[in-house]
Design a protein around this ligand. Structure first.
Ligand SMILES: NC(=O)c1ccc[n+]([C@@H]2O[C@H](COP(=O)([O-])OP(=O)(O)OC[C@H]3O[C@@H](n4cnc5c(N)ncnc54)[C@H](OP(=O)(O)O)[C@@H]3O)[C@@H](O)[C@H]2O)c1
Length: 311
């Protein structure tokens, strides 16, 4: 099968398309023929070696944590059978940038009607991050005020839609060029960070979700309600320090570390089926265009998501 692999850590140029053996599904796993694979910032962080302490230095590595495709092979007892259209977030060892991947059945979910393969591949990691991040704030209730920083990106664009679907009043932060896009996601209020500092707003929020980790708990604390939560996607030392003090404080500092979950993906699939969440795919690439796709994700300027299409 064709796969996009790395044999060393480095820039986008280390991504090479090669032939690999089709993986053999283990116990409880399903073999999926990949039609589209999502591209996430974590992929370039794995590629450039930033995550080698956690993920090791074994090569070749097939990157890619998001897939959408069709079940090729499964056990007779599995609820996923050949021909079913499925999507999943894979564990951090990856394997998604390939024509076939073996996926634990517990991480899979059926693709909702009306969703394309590219849209499905764009969804799992980013949408699961948003859903699981909101749980860090103790779940969102009707009328809760939620602020999403980085609302035009992969995680942020799902966060706005999921928070709205949960009944929140959403304030979304993005740059001028993305205002219309973020409004189209359903945000109640949009702040252009090039003109206004959202950490000086008068509103007090139940949750400030810093989807792009460009602010800090220290700066966001004043716009949190008593009992409110700041949640970031990239923890640093300062965040960990504040988190350690949460038990002494009314306003809490948290971070999210997304986990694959077929059950959580089913919640998202249900929102997609009801038209409450719609993935936005800015551009799709062939596997052979791997370096160009990674150059683009590294700009931190993608609107919504980018994906590979294999079929
Ligand atoms: N911990 C976890 O489990 C987890 C999970 C997923 C992602 N992450 C991390 O979270 C971060 C975001 O991921 P992503 O997939 O959403 O990234 P992304 O899609 O690449 O984000 C791109 C978006 O960020 C916006 N942006 C750039 N600078 C900004 C700023 N200063 N303020 C507000 N928005 C800004 C850009 O919009 P403008 O052009 O309008 O600025 C662009 O639309 C990455 O670092 C990723 O690795 C962590």
């Amino acid at each position: 099968m064709k796969a996009l692999i790395i044999n060393s850590f480095g820039g986008p140029e280390v991504l090479k398309q090669e032939e690999l053996a089709i993986p053999r599904p283990g116990r409880g796993e399903v073999l999926v023929r990949v039609h589209a694979a999502g591209i996430n910032p974590v992929d370039y962080k794995i590629r450039n070696g930033s995550m080698k302490i956690v993920l090791g230095k074994k090569f070749p590595k097939v990157l890619g944590l998001d897939i959408a495709g069709v079940v090729e092979q499964s056990s007779k007892k599995s609820r996923f059978q050949p021909g079913d259209k499925v999507f999943a977030m894979l564990p951090f060892k990856g394997g998604g940038y390939a024509e076939f991947v073996s996926v634990k059945a517990e991480n899979l979910c059926f693709i909702p009607e009306g969703t394309t393969m590219k849209e499905a591949a764009a969804t799992p990691l980013a949408a699961l991050t948003a859903l699981q991040a909101f749980r860090k704030g103790g779940e969102i209730g009707e009328g809760d005020k939620v602020l999403v920083n980085g609302a035009s990106g992969g995680v942020g664009s799902f966060a706005v839609q999921i928070a709205k679907a949960m009944g929140a009043e959403v304030t979304a932060v993005c740059s001028t060029r993305n205002i219309e896009f973020v409004e189209s996601l359903g945000a109640d209020k949009v702040i252009d960070y090039t003109n206004e500092n959202f950490t000086r707003l008068k509103t007090r929020f139940h949750i400030v979700f810093d989807a792009v980790a460009k602010s800090s708990f220290r700066r966001c604390r004043r716009i949190l309600k008593r009992g409110g939560d700041y949640v970031t996607t990239v923890p640093n030392k300062g965040l960990l320090w504040h988190k350690a003090l949460n038990f002494t404080r009314k306003k809490k500092a948290n971070f999210i570390m997304v986990k694959p979950s077929g059950d959580d993906l089913e919640i998202i699939a249900d929102l997609m089926a009801r038209g409450l969440v719609k993935p936005y795919v800015q551009q799709s690439f062939l596997l052979s265009e791997g370096p160009a796709a990674h150059e683009m994700i590294e700009t931190e300027k993608v609107r919504g998501k980018i994906v590979f299409h294999l079929v």
